[in-house]
Design a protein around this ligand. Structure first.
Ligand code: FDP
Ligand code: ZN
Length: 282
């Protein structure tokens, strides 16, 4: 069976998730990693769990918003979601997203067990970018629960122009600070919006690099491996880019805990190579 039905279901509910933003921008509690949880996060998570677990080929649903995996039937796919990435952007009416990773093992599972990944971007329009095993990366427009192809064979532009690195600059290790200087020397332009999906999507559109690095007192960085880092790495690598935890591809990572965090760097292969060289002091 293919993973197409999973992304069809995600497209079908993206409009509903988006419609819930208007009156659900207030805090409701905290998620398993202690981040503030909005009513919109809770609703997106519930919609995705219901719709995805109803698909025969889906064996389980894991989410950034839930402590444990929800087991489903005897299917072959294990779906891991960040239901509302960048939800702190809702208060200021900036973009947010949904990240979907499809693993062939029950998470926490290694990057190499990803068979597909995609994200929805709630921007001025709603789009979805999907990478499925053995297929080219495709960008869709989502309207009224239907997806239509906007762009086939999405590839990172060879000439990078933008970068965005998260965390406070004083908390960056010297290697990251030195790397950012190198990016500036290469005349890349800073563009950081605070939602991973939107920031990575503009890297895919313009070429460049997105990072959420290891920080002083927080060597694991902020982003979650299973729900955010690995699926987005799968997409970027499928689009001809590269990913890194600082030392190796994120697809080589094998998280041991469901909500584990990891430093993340995604972008053009030469920029990721330069990052690893800087981190290793080369
Ligand atoms: P958010 O907390 O709003 O959900 O998922 C974590 C995330 O957003 C990413 O989308 C984003 O890249 C990052 O955190 C932003 O963190 P900063 O506020 O520290 O920049
Ligand atoms: Zn997120």
């Amino acid at each position: 069976m293919s993973t197409g039905r999973i992304f069809g279901a995600v497209a079908a509910i993206a409009g509903e998730i988006r419609a819930g933003f208007t009156d659900r921008r207030q805090a409701e509690g905290a998620n398993p990693t202690g981040d503030e949880q909005l009513a919109a996060d809770v609703r997106a998570d519930r919609l995705l769990a219901e719709e995805l677990l109803a698909i025969e080929s889906v064996a389980g649903y894991a989410s950034e918003e839930r402590e444990d995996v929800l087991d489903g039937g005897a299917g072959e796919y294990h779906v891991a979601c960040d239901p509302l990435d960048g939800s702190s952007n809702l208060a200021s009416n900036n973009p947010a997203g949904t990240i979907v990773g499809v693993y062939d093992r029950r998470p926490p599972a290694p990057g190499e067990s990803l068979v597909a990944a995609g994200y929805v971007l709630y921007g001025p329009v709603t789009t979805m970018v999907v990478a499925e095993e053995g297929e080219e990366v495709t960008e869709y427009l989502i309207e009224d629960g239907e997806r239509t192809v906007l762009k086939e064979d999405v590839r990172l532009p060879a000439e990078p122009t933008v970068y965005g690195i998260g965390g406070r600059a004083p908390d960056w290790p010297d290697s990251v600070a030195a790397y950012v200087e190198r990016l500036e020397e290469k005349r890349l332009k800073l563009r950081y919006g605070g939602a991973m999906v939107a920031d990575v999507n503009q890297v895919l559109a313009h070429g460049g690099v997105f990072g959420y690095p290891m920080l002083e007192g927080r060597p694991e960085g902020k982003l979650r491996a299973v729900f955010e880092a690995l699926p987005m790495a799968y997409i970027l690598e499928a689009a001809g880019g590269a990913s890194s935890s600082g030392t190796e591809s994120l697809l080589a990572a094998a998280p041991e805990r469901l909500h584990e965090r990891t430093p993340v760097f995604l972008g053009n292969a030469d920029l990721i190579e330069a990052l690893e060289a800087t981190v290793e002091g080369r």
